[in-house]
Design a protein around this ligand. Structure first.
Ligand SMILES: Nc1nc2c(ncn2[C@@H]2O[C@H](COP(=O)(O)OP(=O)(O)OP(=O)(O)O)[C@@H](O)[C@H]2O)c(=O)[nH]1
Length: 253
């Protein structure tokens, strides 16, 4: 499945993470026909095994599908690129078209955990494409932008959508992004925490929690897991004021 992005604003020319569309190039997914590309494993339950299902040479013990969702512009793509490649896509905002995925293998206490991270388009017109992918996601990262009140207000609508299309036991995590733009901030951390506490959130599966947290594993679902992050450092995912790494970068690579 291709993802192409359309430029939304001007700025420094930053290389896009994906190929731009052309007449003969990859086309965006159409409603109801969205399927993973040849490198993508079929949808399904937790996938143990070696080697990689994707055939990309990755070796792993367990695999999970994670989807990033939230309004357009909240920073889903940037978060994913930062997590995968360690780079921050500053400048030009290029809106995702359709859906795309990237794989990453983490070492969690000696267990190789493969994450297939799906980056979805936040724009309303692509919603029907992304709906098809909710069903088999093990975890959802629901993002809002702390400098954009509407993106926070829309979290309820996203939750309704998740309730409708995702598995009832999907792990869910709320992330307030762009906390580095403190002067533009309009959504307080407390409001994010309040929303998180008002909702039953599943703890993201324990392996990832441990990897991001640099901590002991924790078992079972957790209530009120409200997280703030900014995509300039996924290691800050659990501490919005922690732009200094709390986790050795090597563990995320
Ligand atoms: N200051 C700041 N800007 C960010 C951060 N994350 C993303 N941005 C900027 O926000 C804009 C949108 O980022 P994207 O990652 O493309 O947003 P998206 O959620 O993928 O948007 P769609 O593809 O339309 O759904 C870009 O200009 C980024 O540079 C962040 O943590 N801090």
């Amino acid at each position: 499945m291709s993802r192409k992005k359309t430029s939304k604003s001007k700025g420094a020319s930053t290389p896009a993470a994906s190929t731009l569309p052309s007449a003969n190039g990859p086309r965006p997914a159409r409603s109801g026909t969205a399927r993973p590309g040849p490198d993508a494993p079929p949808n399904g339950p937790l996938q143990p095994g070696r080697p990689s299902l994707g055939g990309g040479g990755d070796f792993y013990d367990v695999a999970f599908k994670v989807m990033l969702v939230g309004d357009s512009g909240v920073g889903k793509t940037c978060l994913l690129v930062r997590f995968k490649d360690g780079a921050f896509l500053a400048g030009t905002f290029i809106s995702t078209v359709g859906i795309d995925f990237r794989n990453k293998v983490l070492d969690v206490d000696g267990v190789k955990v493969k994450l297939q991270m799906w980056d979805t388009a936040g724009q309303e017109r692509f919603r029907s494409v992304t709906h098809a992918y909710y069903r088999d996601a093990h975890a959802l990262l629901l993002l809002y932008d702390v400098t954009n009140k509407a993106s926070f207000d829309n979290i309820q609508a996203w939750l309704a959508e998740i309730h409708e299309y995702a598995q009832h036991d999907v792990a869910l995590m709320l992330l307030g992004n762009k906390v580095d733009s403190a002067h533009e901030r309009v959504v307080k951390r407390e409001d994010g925490e309040k929303l998180a506490k008002a909702t039953t959130w599943q703890q993201l599966f324990t392996g990832v929690w441990a990897a991001l947290h640099g901590n002991q594993r924790q078992d079972g679902p957790q209530r009120g897991l409200g997280l703030h992050s900014h995509s300039k450092g996924v290691e800050a995912a659990l501490h919005e004021d922690s732009q200094r790494a709390t986790l050795p970068a090597a563990r995320l690579r």
